[in-house]
Design a protein around this ligand. Structure first.
Ligand code: PLP
Length: 457
């Protein structure tokens, strides 16, 4: 064991963190996390913290699951690595592909019998870009290159991932987006709904922005539309129920591919194995990562629907694409153990019928708090907006950093809750009991009160 100050000094001297202002970090020192169990993590000062974010939306099965660790150990001792290039495979990769195909529901004429593996969500979305372009090339329509994403969407940090995403701060660094990627506005009713407009009408109008963009570009230039079922990193933005069916109508009308980025939303987060089922649309490609292994080891991939797979496999010849760790046997063995555990404990069903509705009921109570403009949940993800004036929904001046003040109180009181501007979000492990949800809600309320008190001073 090392004392906190030694780790912080070493960290600060040598480690470039993701999404971190290092000048700021150097003055505070990084929080050193040392161990975890269930829904809690502990830092090097012995502080116990309720992890309301499941790490980065990934530890769906909770921490400390021995059967997942055992699966990694067994596989490492049997076959720790082999590649899947040049016509080789391994048993866990083949078994997991079949398992994922069995979990992905068929919708209408779409079925999912194939998987392409990567090690992350970002790599999977880069794969999507290459696969979509390959698909249209093979169909003799190489001019169909443009992929449409959404402002405030998040699809990863690689050149293509950050380009597909619509985070202006990311585009500003590295000359993004790369060519042939463009964006439409997000379906965020709280911010973009018009006075007097119903949420249902807004959903149709927001989906219509896709049709406008397709017509502006020329339908024969558009390859695909990509979206998260519920935007995660953007702030748990839950679209109106009318949104996705209308998106489906539009992509069908113009024959363009639909990519559902379910890196956060799959594997139970929204109460389904795959979230397109919840919203009733038919994607051609589904990005996954995170929850497939509950984050215990890196694994991502793309579920390739029959529309694309039939062309790629039957007409395609060799697809010149792949990663050293595609189909990594240890990652796939861990995923199989994680999915088995999730099935045995009915974690997906609990979100749909038990803890999801309970969280929704408890979260709705937050709408009575003077600082909360809107509190809403979808499955086991939730967001609330901190507002200056509850009656009008007027927001705080962003320079006040109210979300960050609230986040600070949460951490001080033993809760990890994320701030996206002034939208506070949570996505806890799917193993929570009702009593633990009550414990979390008490912490949230206390932190809202402390934030309100700070603002009065
Ligand atoms: N897509 C979505 C929807 C995500 O939320 C994320 C990460 O949060 C990614 C892609 C990128 O995944 P990774 O960080 O594993 O590259």
């Amino acid at each position: 064991a090392m004392d906190t100050k030694t780790v912080q000094a070493m960290d600060s001297a040598h480690y470039i963190h993701s999404f971190t202002d290092h000048a700021d970090l150097a003055t505070r020192g990084a929080r050193v996390m040392t161990h975890a169990d269930g829904i809690y993590v502990w830092d090097s000062e012995g502080k116990k913290i309720l992890d309301g974010m499941s790490g980065l939306w990934c530890v769906n099965a909770g921490y400390g699951r021995k059967e997942i660790a055992d699966a990694a150990y067994q596989q490492m001792m049997t076959l720790p690595y082999y590649n899947s290039f040049f016509q080789t495979t391994n048993i866990p990769a083949a078994k997991l592909a079949a398992k994922l195909a069995s979990l992905a529901p068929s919708v209408g004429d779409r079925s999912f019998n194939h998987v392409f593996y990567s090690s992350s969500g970002s790599e999977s979305n880069d794969t999507n870009v290459r696969m979509v372009r390959r698909y249209w090339d093979l169909l003799g329509q190489p001019q169909r290159k443009t992929i449409i994403g959404r402002i405030n969407g998040y699809h990863g940090s690689t050149m293509a991932g950050a380009s597909l995403g619509g985070m202006s701060g990311m585009h500003a660094q590295g000359d993004l987006p790369i060519p042939n990627i463009t964006h439409i506005e997000q379906p965020y009713f709280f911010e973009n709904g018009l006075p007097g407009e119903s949420e249902a009408d807004f959903g149709i109008r927001a989906a219509g922005w896709l049709e406008t963009k397709i017509l502006e570009l020329g339908a024969d230039k558009v390859a695909a539309f990509i979206g998260e079922p519920v935007q995660g990193a953007g702030g748990v933005i839950i679209p109106p129920s009318t949104y996705w069916p209308e998106i489906q109508r539009i992509v069908d009308k113009y024959g363009i591919l639909l990519i559902s980025d379910e890196v956060i939303c799959a594997f139970g987060r929204l109460g389904h194995w795959f979230a397109y089922e919840k919203f009733g649309y038919k994607p051609d490609l589904v990005t996954f990562a995170k929850g497939v292994t509950s984050g215990y080891v890196p694994l991502g991939g793309v579920m390739v629907g029959n529309r694309v797979a039939d062309v790629l496999i039957e007409k395609g010849g060799e697809f010149n694409h792949g990663y050293t760790y595609s189909g990594h046997p240890v990652a796939c063995a861990v995923a199989l153990a994680n999915l088995e555990l999730m099935e045995r404990e009915n974690l997906v069903g609990r979100v749909k019928d038990d803890i999801g509705p309970y969280l929704a009921k408890r979260f709705a109570e937050l709408n009575n708090h003077p600082l909360v403009g809107l509190a809403e949940t979808c499955g086991f993800a939730a967001g609330l907006v901190l507002v200056k004036d509850k009656a009008t929904g007027e927001c705080f001046d962003s320079s006040l950093g109210v979300g960050m003040i609230c986040r600070g109180h949460c951490f001080g009181n033993g809760l990890i809750m994320r701030a996206v501007g002034d939208r506070m979000i949570i996505a806890p492990p799917l193993i929570m009991t009702h009593a633990q949800i009550d414990e979390m809600m008490a912490l949230i309320l206390r932190c809202l009160d402390l934030t309100a008190a700070d603002l009065k001073q």
